[in-house]
Ligand binder design. Structure first.
Ligand SMILES: Cc1cc2nc3c(=O)[nH]c(=O)nc-3n(C[C@H](O)[C@H](O)[C@H](O)COP(=O)(O)O)c2cc1C
Length: 168
C-alpha cells in the first residue's frame, strides 16, 4: 500500500476545498492513499505519513480552522513531510507577484519555520459575487479585485505531482 497522506483544508465558499480534492485525486493517481478533510474534522494526524495543509486567504490571513490545525498539530507536522498551500488571487499573473510578495500568513511564519515544510504554494482563487455577504462585496468592489474562477488546475496538479515524487 502507498503512504497515507492527509490533505486538510480551510475553505469558506468551497473553492479551496476543490483544490484540496484535486490534490488528493492526483496523489491517488500516483499510488498514494489520500484523505481530504476540512481541517476541523481531521483526526489522528499522527496516523499519516505526510500532511498537506491549505487555506483560503481573506485579508492576508488564513482561515481560523487552518490556523487552529497548525497550532494543534505543529509537533506532528515537524516530524512528517509537510506541505502548505494558500489560495486567493484572482486575475492573471503569478500569485506571489500579484499579492506583492505575500506567500504565507505573517502571523503563522514562526510556526512554519519550526515545521520546515517541504514547500509552500500560493494558488489562484475564485470570487463569486453571489456567494459573498454584503461586507465582502464592498471589499471586493473597493479593491477592484477581478471576479471569477481563476484557479489554475495545471499548477495544482503539477504541485501535487511534486508531492507524490517526494514521497516515493
Ligand atoms: C472579502 C475578501 C477578501 C479577500 N482577501 C484576500 C487576500 O487578502 N489575499 C488573497 O490572495 N485573496 C483574497 N481573497 C480571495 C479569496 O481568497 C478567494 O476568493 C478564494 O478562492 C476563496 O476561497 P474559498 O472559496 O475556499 O473560501 C479575498 C476574497 C474576499 C471575498
Amino acid at each position: 500500500m502507498g503512504k497515507r497522506v492527509l490533505i486538510a483544508y480551510a475553505s469558506k465558499y468551497g473553492s479551496t476545498a476543490e483544490i484540496a480534492e484535486r490534490i488528493g485525486q492526483a496523489l491517488r493517481e500516483a499510488g498514494l492513499q489520500a484523505d481530504v478533510l476540512p481541517a476541523e474534522k481531521a483526526a489522528d494526524v499522527a496516523g499519516y505519513d505526510a500532511v498537506v495543509l491549505g487555506s483560503a486567504v481573506y485579508a492576508g490571513s488564513w482561515r481560523k480552522e487552518a490556523v487552529e490545525f497548525l497550532e494543534s498539530h505543529e509537533n506532528v507536522m515537524a516530524k512528517r513531510p509537510t506541505w502548505f498551500f494558500s489560495s486567493g488571487p484572482t486575475g492573471e499573473g503569478d500569485p506571489v507577484q500579484m499579492m506583492k510578495g505575500w506567500r504565507f500568513p505573517e502571523a503563522q511564519k514562526p510556526i512554519a519555520d519550526r515545521i520546515r515544510p517541504n514547500d509552500i504554494a500560493f494558488f489562484h482563487g475564485d470570487i463569486e459575487m453571489k456567494k459573498l455577504n454584503f461586507a465582502e462585496k464592498l471589499i471586493v468592489k473597493g479593491l477592484k479585485a477581478p471576479v471569477g474562477d481563476f484557479r489554475d488546475w495545471a499548477a495544482v496538479s503539477a504541485w501535487a505531482k511534486g508531492i507524490a515524487d517526494a514521497l516515493k
